[in-house]
Design a protein around this ligand. Sequence first.
Ligand code: GLY
Length: 406
Amino acid sequence: MNTQNLIIGFSMCALVSCSQDKVMINTAQELDYCHSQIERTLNDLRDSSGEINYQMTPFASADSATVWSLNKVCKDEWRAGFWPGILWYDYEYTGNPEIEQEAENFTEQLEFLSKTPAFDHDLGFLVFCSYGNGYRLTKNPAYKQVILDTADTLATLFNPQAGTILSWPRQVESLGGHNTIMDNLMNLEMLFWAAKNGGSQKLADIAISHADQTMKYNFRPDYTSYHVAVYDMTTGKFIRGCTHQGYADNSMWARGQAWAIYGYTMIYRETGDTKYLDFVQKATDTYLKRLPDDYIPYWDFDAPDIPNAPRDASAAAIVASSLLELSTYADSEKSEKYKKAAIKMLTSLSSDKYKGGTQKSAFLRHATGHYPAGSDINASLIYADYYYIEALLRLQRLEKGEPIVH
Ligand code: GLY
């Protein structure tokens, strides 16, 4: 295990009302914490004879619970790739072969997705967080084929008239047309990867078209985002922007904006086109300037009950991870701003207030899943933990002077 014990201290004058707050994070200590929470979860998953049912995956945990709630792996459980992804990240940190074995065991439950028609756009979350990280670390050729096949499956949802992927085939009727949600940006990474690793160039063309249309129609002039853009199914003409998981059609849903920040940072990395770099900085600055003091957003920036509204630690973890990457692309002034903001987010997430700690095996608490549906409010969420451990690994690479994404 890497026992590097680097502490970064920043005066946060530039960020928060010129207080002398010190922002401190010890990446090795926090990654060790993640590892011990993972060991706890694996123990919780074992039955009395020590067996794990790999078909059952952790997805959320109510604030008062001590263990994860589990769901069966299936095509419409969009969160099933995060737990194997967490195990791969932990294996990357620890080099522990038992963790590698568990990562393989959970990852391989998702192979069926490469062989069945697309249910919706979430295939990237499902397969790139699991098989993608697995292939990155092991170069297992069978994993590569699963990713390539799944990328082709995701591409079947592309509508050339609208120029975007249909995010939710099941919602065409209720939303009134072809729908494209902000979260869908995240799944483009698998298409870019496939195009560079033996798949068709058309996959990258689809990703670029989707990114451009989303930039045009899922944002308001102030760079805040609509969760959903609806297009005419046949002509592809844009109809309206609206919400599904946010407070209102015109509000800034925290995780939607977080997906946008992560998504366009990744799209700039994959394309090298500076229009995305310019755009993501505007979407980021809009987000940063409206954060509360601890940099963990309320679930929606326009929730009417702020400051009593629930927070969303998942949005904070997603943004922290992407800002560390963005800091490596931005000019020096912006780079410092984004790195300090990311470290401040991670410092808050790593405090007793936001950690599962001894009470529960999740890394984090106080995330919000689907507020309007009343589900997973003020809860631990598996994707919050996934982007938290990813951000810690990225910060550790920055500390070591290594490329942040590899
Ligand atoms: N992709 C679904 C969500 O962000 O809740």
